[in-house]
Design a protein around this ligand. Structure first.
Ligand SMILES: NC(=O)C1=CN([C@@H]2O[C@H](COP(=O)(O)OP(=O)(O)OC[C@H]3O[C@@H](n4cnc5c(N)ncnc54)[C@H](O)[C@@H]3O)[C@@H](O)[C@H]2O)[C@@H](O)CC1
Ligand SMILES: Nc1ncnc2c1ncn2[C@@H]1O[C@H](COP(=O)(O)OP(=O)(O)O)[C@@H](O)[C@H]1O
Ligand SMILES: [K+]
Length: 473
């Protein structure tokens, strides 16, 4: 699996692509640089297809790519016509504006109507498309489809939904030059696709960055951002579930219940006294049902009750549509239960727990850790955060590394905070995004805590995580 792994999977949906672009920008690679590379690639591929070119230019980033391609083709000696059917003031992207000015200075002819050419380049609607093509893009797509020329689409055919491939009216491309990674909508067209490297550094794919905080917007009804139950704690470990629950609440879960033997005073959290698998006078399942729980964090501090409780939680999750976080003691008993979790769970092992999950010893070697994360994900059908100095997040065919955090985070309770944050984010997003955002944000919070206070206590992490989560919109 590891040898041919593309870090974030083979196809990048719109959100993944945005994330990687943001990560790239945070590493000092500007949008302008990428647009220049994108356009230059298109020009290089297109040049051999004819002598005259009609480039249909939209007002977004894809339009910018088209304008760069126009300039390069003109410099290569081709006859280049650009049809830009909008007002210049409608362009919002600065980089696209700049490239419109540059194209004007580069021997490109601007035309007002659809004009014959050997090659038509579609630079109208890219990953920013919303719904069916509207006028004037609609008419230009129709005219292109009716016209006999070699047709090249930039990034994806205009009109196609990048994530689903849905396509009522689409530019009928002979060739698609897609930027950086193919989009899921192109799955059935891969024989026409060329992937252009536009200067995004490998690090932006391989490591988490601020772009991985692009979570779905919060729901506006109470409960729509998660009703989380943290099931944990024992006579020996009383604090762990409370840390996890408080982290879940601060990270944005609407309602957080703590099913644990011992009360602690946090007025935001709802305590349910648990004795073994009984919660107040109900069974665990009855309690979960009554509290209308849709995310369960199980494990922190459970100790010897872990097997029985984890079993019951997994049974419940199988029957009901709930998401799961398995941490600490629940991870230790998972191999014994042997359940597949159906891709609705996140497991949060450190190296020791990972080794128990796989039944083999593991070293700190990065390659081995990546393999281990993939293997755990495969075996249990779950997303995995393998914690450590370099964290590994793996989910089916996707994997990404994380370097945020520091050695002050080895103190007790940071793992409990992390599992709570994942729980909260599972209340509003899918496991891959919940796991990525949590891993980056908890580590980043550790850095901020050490800088500001000289320690990375769980309490400080819990206070800092919300700010980090809000730092990208
Ligand atoms: N952001 C980046 O870093 C890079 C982006 N690139 C290009 O930029 C594209 C994304 O840019 P944008 O986000 O600006 O998106 P688009 O280039 O898809 O442009 C969206 C524009 O089209 C309009 N629009 C949306 N739906 C429409 C519809 N149904 N009918 C008619 N008009 C519609 C919107 O008003 C918006 O102005 C990518 O596909 C790629 O080609 C590349 O230049 C590489 C770098
Ligand atoms: N040496 C380290 N360097 C960077 N981050 C670390 C280090 N040790 C732990 N972390 C981070 O601390 C968090 C909790 O991990 P860990 O301490 O392994 O959990 P646990 O509490 O389960 O032992 C994770 O976000 C992890 O990335
Ligand atoms: K880390």
């Amino acid at each position: 699996m590891l040898n041919n792994a593309r870090f974030r999977g083979e196809f990048y949906d719109v959100r993944e692509m945005r994330a990687v672009e943001l990560n790239s920008a945070s590493l000092g690679f500007s949008e302008e640089l990428m647009m220049e590379n994108a356009g230059a690639w298109v020009a290089k591929v297109a040049r051999s297809k004819g002598e005259s070119f009609l480039i249909l230019v939209g007002k977004g980033g894809k339009g910018g790519d088209g304008l760069v391609a126009a300039r390069h083709l003109a410099l290569m000696g081709a006859e280049v016509m650009v049809l830009f059917p909008y007002k210049e003031c409608e362009i919002k992207k600065e980089t696209t504006k700049k490239n419109l000015e540059r194209a004007k200075m580069s021997g490109v002819r601007f035309v007002k109507e659809f004009t014959e050419a050997d090659v038509i380049i579609d630079a109208l609607l890219g990953t920013g498309v919303k719904g069916m093509p509207r006028s004037p893009a609609k008419e230009l797509i129709e005219q292109s489809n009716d016209f006999n020329a070699f047709k090249i689409a930039i990034d994806l055919p205009s009109g196609m939904d990048p994530d689903t491939g849905e396509c009522e009216l689409c530019f009928e491309a002979d060739l698609i030059v897609t930027m950086h990674a193919p989009k899921p909508g192109l799955k059935n067209l891969m024989d026409k696709v060329i992937v252009a490297e536009i200067g995004i550094p490998k690090r932006a794919d391989q490591y988490l960055g601020p772009g991985d905080l692009l979570l779905r917007p919060r729901g506006i009804r109470k409960g729509s951002n998660g009703r989380v139950a943290v099931i944990g704690g024992s006579k020996r470990y009383q604090g762990a579930p409370w840390i996890s629950a408080l982290a879940a609440f601060r990270a944005g879960a609407d309602l957080v219940y703590v099913y644990t033997p011992t009360r602690m005073d946090f007025p935001e959290l709802i305590w349910r006294k648990r004795t073994g698998t009984r919660v107040e006078e109900m069974s665990l399942k009855e309690a979960l049902e009554k509290d209308r729980i849709n995310v369960i964090v199980v494990g922190p501090g459970l100790a010897e009750e872990a097997l029985e409780i984890t079993k019951e939680v997994l049974e419940y999750a199988k029957e009901k549509d709930v998401s799961l976080v398995l941490d600490a003691d629940s991870l230790k008993v998972l191999p014994e239960i042997g359940e597949k979790l159906g891709w609705k769970a996140v497991l949060t092992p450190h190296l020791g727990e990972a080794s128990k999950l796989l039944g083999r010893s593991l070293t700190d070697s990065p390659k081995e850790r990546m393999e281990a994360a993939f293997d755990i994900s495969d075996s249990f059908e779950a997303c995995v955060i393998l914690k450590g100095p370099i964290d590994v997040v793996a989910c089916k065919d996707k994997l990404v590394l994380n370097t945020t955090g520091n050695e002050y985070m080895t103190v007790g309770g940071t793992g409990d905070a992390l599992s709570g944050v994942v729980g909260a984010l599972l209340g509003r997003d899918e496991p891959w995004w919940a796991a990525k955002a949590t891993t980056y944000a908890v580590g980043k919070s550790g850095e901020i805590c050490v800088e500001e206070r000289g320690h990375a206590s769980p309490t400080c992490l819990i206070e800092t995580v919300p700010k980090v989560l809000h730092s990208v919109k």
